[in-house]
Design a protein around this ligand. Structure first.
Ligand SMILES: NC(=O)c1ccc[n+]([C@@H]2O[C@H](COP(=O)([O-])OP(=O)(O)OC[C@H]3O[C@@H](n4cnc5c(N)ncnc54)[C@H](O)[C@@H]3O)[C@@H](O)[C@H]2O)c1
Ligand SMILES: [Zn+2]
Length: 495
């Protein structure tokens, strides 16, 4: 006979049919401890950890001892200091002076090095008498080779502070440069996420890093994450450690006025997916293993009550302002709100993590063939990060909604769906339809087929997703290879 486990002992997050079964049989519901069954529906819902009732964990879960646990019992919020304001970039020279910096490295990409955001930074450094060198060779969507080149520059420069000006590509390259220049004897793979790298904890002291984001965006100014394309495997991976998060993020919304429309759209989709994925991720107290030392608690810990607040707030802003920000280059209100939303979502996902859209996006970017992204002023093929995550989102959330359907339905409502007569079991389909409409309205390519993939590529896309355990394990539902194949197939065409 199949053993029935109560919510307290269930490690598989039973679905509520089990509870219905318990009700009808009215027998002892837990064969492990002989727990008494819940006496009424209210008690049942309170004690139930099944997906349907899981929203109750948004309150703090009951106190649990760490001894003998396989899943974690704690989460930690780490975030950079943030300064926000129109024109606030002009303060960066004073910040460096206040830090006593004498030899500063400014990192950016070539395109931005000719635009006002970088000009404003260099002007402020000059006015405040700061010595600096500019590295403007950041690769848009960095690779291990482009990281290494920047790291070499950082090592040779013996800098005592760093300033990153740009989107996620520039900020992430700068984080990696600071890390490896501060740990010169390390091999590159030492700090790269396992299983691709060794995933060693960072114990060396790093130099101060000020991040000035120009997209809205990755939220990289708030996170301890640096992403790159590992060319040898043709997949993206990264370095994730609280130690590499910037000392200060200077968010100056004036910079967003220079972004071309597709950069606004794609970086906005990144904010959308950061919010949706972190809000629907496996809760932190269901993530295993439980670290025996807090230094081993990962940056991406699973959804938690604090990240939830940031994720939902970011989603509301995306719903209200992203379309306006894309369509009207001079809509300062929309663009500046999106700039804030990217930091909000960054605070959320930087601690909760992301899951399947991101896990599946890494081979979508890594295996790019000839796709050229409109508005990206680069000479190589690339699938912009935000586009690579959002194209699978309708399929992914249809798949994950079985767990935490309330959260999926709530997200659909925020994004504009009328859910007054919606059935909870349709939550995934409703969110997927809402996302499709949102993407269609913003002229997004019609699925993976439109960016150069076909059915024949699915095995390689699945193979590239499998090593992304750091994020795919945070999906609320585990996925088999067949299920991943089906998700890629369902994402070939959207409309
Ligand atoms: N570290 C993290 O937490 C994190 C999170 C998500 C994504 N990422 C990574 O970040 C990278 C993507 O970053 P991104 O989407 O911010 O874009 P990006 O840095 O790749 O820049 C995209 C393009 O937009 C241009 N651009 C940026 N800001 C501009 C502005 N204000 N005006 C005119 N042009 C501008 C750049 O020159 C570039 O050509 C990817 O490698 C992705 O994997 C990192
Ligand atoms: Zn992202």
């Amino acid at each position: 006979m199949e053993r029935l486990l109560c919510a307290e002992h269930c490690t598989k997050r039973l679905e509520c049919t089990i509870w219905q079964q318990i009700e009808t049989t009215n027998g002892p519901h837990c064969s492990v401890m002989g727990h008494t069954p819940p006496q009424n529906e209210k008690q049942m819902i309170e004690r139930c950890q099944c997906p349907t009732h899981s929203h109750t964990y948004s309150q703090a879960p009951e106190i649990a001892s760490s001894i003998g646990r396989t899943t974690d019992y704690a989460f930690e919020m780490a975030v950079s200091n943030i300064r926000y304001g129109a024109g606030v970039t002009k303060e960066v020279g004073m910040d460096l002076q206040n830090m006593g910096a004498r030899n500063v490295c400014v990192m950016t990409d070539e395109n931005l090095s000719q635009l006002p955001p970088v000009e404003t930074v260099l002007d402020s450094l000059t006015k405040n008498g700061i010595n600096f060198k500019v590295y403007n060779n950041v690769r848009v969507e960095p690779t291990d080779a482009s990281f290494m080149e920047a790291i070499e520059f950082a090592k040779n420069g013996a800098f005592d502070a760093y300033v990153a000006v740009g989107g996620g590509s520039s900020i992430d390259t700068c984080k990696a440069s600071n890390l490896y220049a501060s740990s010169p004897d390390s091999d590159f793979l030492d700090y790269v996420n396992a299983p691709i790298g060794k995933g060693k904890p960072v114990t060396v002291p790093l130099k101060p890093l000020i991040a000035i984001p120009t997209t809205a965006g990755t939220g990289s100014e708030t996170t301890g994450v640096a992403i790159f394309d590992y060319e040898h495997l043709k997949v993206k991976t990264g370095i994730a450690s609280r130690a590499i998060k910037p000392t200060l993020g200077i968010i100056d919304p004036l910079h967003t006025l220079h972004m071309p429309a597709r950069v606004v759209a794609n970086s906005g989709f990144d904010v959308l997916c950061h919010a949706l994925e972190s809000y629907t991720a496996l809760p932190y107290h269901m993530r295993s293993p439980c670290p025996s030392n807090p230094i081993n608690r990962p940056a991406y810990q699973g959804s938690n009550p604090i990240s939830d607040v940031w994720a939902i707030h970011a989603l509301r802003i995306v719903a209200k302002y992203l379309k306006r920000a894309v369509r009207s280059p001079d809509d300062f209100k929309a663009r500046s709100n999106m700039h804030l939303a990217s930091a909000f979502a960054g605070i959320g996902f930087g601690n909760a993590g992301v899951h399947l859209c991101h896990g599946m996006s890494y081979p979508i970017s890594g295996l790019v063939k000839t796709y050229k992204a409109k508005d990206y002023n680069v000479d190589h093929s690339l699938v912009p990060h935000g586009l690579s995550v959002v194209l699978t989102s309708p399929a992914v959330f249809t798949f994950t909604a079985q767990m935490y359907p309330e959260r999926h339905l709530q997200a659909a409502e925020i994004l504009g769906a009328d859910i007054r007569t919606a059935r909870i079991k349709d939550a995934g389909l409703i969110l997927a339809d809402t996302l499709r409409k949102f993407l269609f309205d913003l002229n997004v390519d019609d699925g993976l087929a439109a960016i150069g993939y076909s059915k024949a590529d699915i095995p390689a896309l699945v193979k590239g997703t499998l090593p992304q355990e750091r994020v795919t394990k945070l999906a609320p539902r585990p996925q088999s290879e067949e299920e991943l194949s089906a998700l890629f197939e369902a994402s070939m065409k959207l409309y």
